[in-house]
Design a protein around this ligand. Structure first.
Ligand SMILES: Nc1nc2c(ncn2[C@@H]2O[C@H](COP(=O)(O)OP(=O)(O)OP(=O)(O)O)[C@@H](O)[C@H]2O)c(=O)[nH]1
Ligand SMILES: [Mg+2]
Length: 246
């Protein structure tokens, strides 16, 4: 965008935009509404005829060249801004849970990689949840939909790690996702993590208790949910809101 001499030029970008100056590598993150950041210095106009006018020089044809403004190429990426991010293997029930907890209308399917793009929804208390495509082992090497969506949970306060109880190897499933978070880096493994055991309706109470026991070595916060029971959803929503208020 070009501005006239002496005027600032603005480019409007949505919250969550990350602007990188490709030459200098300088990164500006737009995290607040109304935030204004200067990315380039404008030029300065040269002096024109008016400046050179004098009693001895009535019709001057003189000017000075002025100063060029800075130029650079920028990369603009959009990261979602959410309070908590839903992560887990494909089919764990992330999108179903987002739809149950919020008014989102994310696509749900009984197959892997139903979600191709992230979805957002607001909890009753106003907190924003982000649902991202499922992660699989090897995502770091580009398998499945890869890591590219993890950047959307980089700025969240908390990760809701869904582990579906339909899996036999609960610990293995949990560790697969943790390993991918580790490989992605960016501090994701230091984020507060709440484990959500999903699809409790598919197993007996003994299996739920066993899964809790196994995963309690990794996380102090273990919740459970089935989207088939409104009371269960309400309880989970309240717990998540409480944890976010902390
Ligand atoms: N029985 C039962 N099925 C569920 C529950 N939650 C989700 N499902 C089913 O599990 C399947 C996968 O649900 P999704 O919400 O699409 O799973 P996802 O984690 O978003 O999957 P991806 O987008 O592929 O990563 C769908 O067939 C859902 O109907 C639950 O609590 N109980
Ligand atoms: Mg999904």
């Amino acid at each position: 965008m070009q501005g006239r001499t002496g005027e600032d030029a603005y480019i409007d970008l949505p919250i969550g935009s990350i602007v990188t100056n490709e030459a200098s590598g300088r990164v500006i993150e737009l995290t607040e509404d109304g935030q204004i950041s200067k990315i380039l210095h404008g030029g300065r106009g040269g002096l024109g005829n008016e400046h050179f006018k004098a009693s001895t020089n009535i019709t001057p044809e003189q000017s000075t060249p002025g100063m060029e403004g800075e130029e650079a190429d920028f990369k603009v990426e959009l990261n979602l801004i959410a309070d908590a991010g839903l992560i887990g293997l494909p089919n764990a029930g992330k999108s179903s849970l987002l739809n149950s907890l919020t008014r989102a209308n994310a696509k749900v399917g009984a197959y892997a990689f139903t979600t191709l793009d992230p979805n957002l929804g607001a909890l009753a208390g106003g907190y924003i949840l982000a649902d991202i495509p499922g992660l699989i082992e090897g995502a770091a090497e580009g398998k499945g939909l890869g890591h590219k969506f993890l950047r959307h949970v980089k700025r969240t306060k908390m990760l809701l790690h869904l582990v579906s109880l339909e899996n036999e190897d609960i610990e293995g499933v949990y560790k697969t996702i943790r390993a991918e978070l580790e490989k992605y880096g960016n501090g994701l493994t230091e984020k507060k993590e709440v484990v959500v055991l999903s699809k409790t309706d598919l197993v007996g109470a003994d299996k739920v208790a066993e899964a809790r026991k196994i995963l309690s070595k990794y996380s102090p916060d273990i919740l459970e949910v089935t989207i088939l029971d409104d009371a269960s959803i309400k309880k989970l929503g309240d717990s998540v809101t409480q944890l976010l208020q902390k």
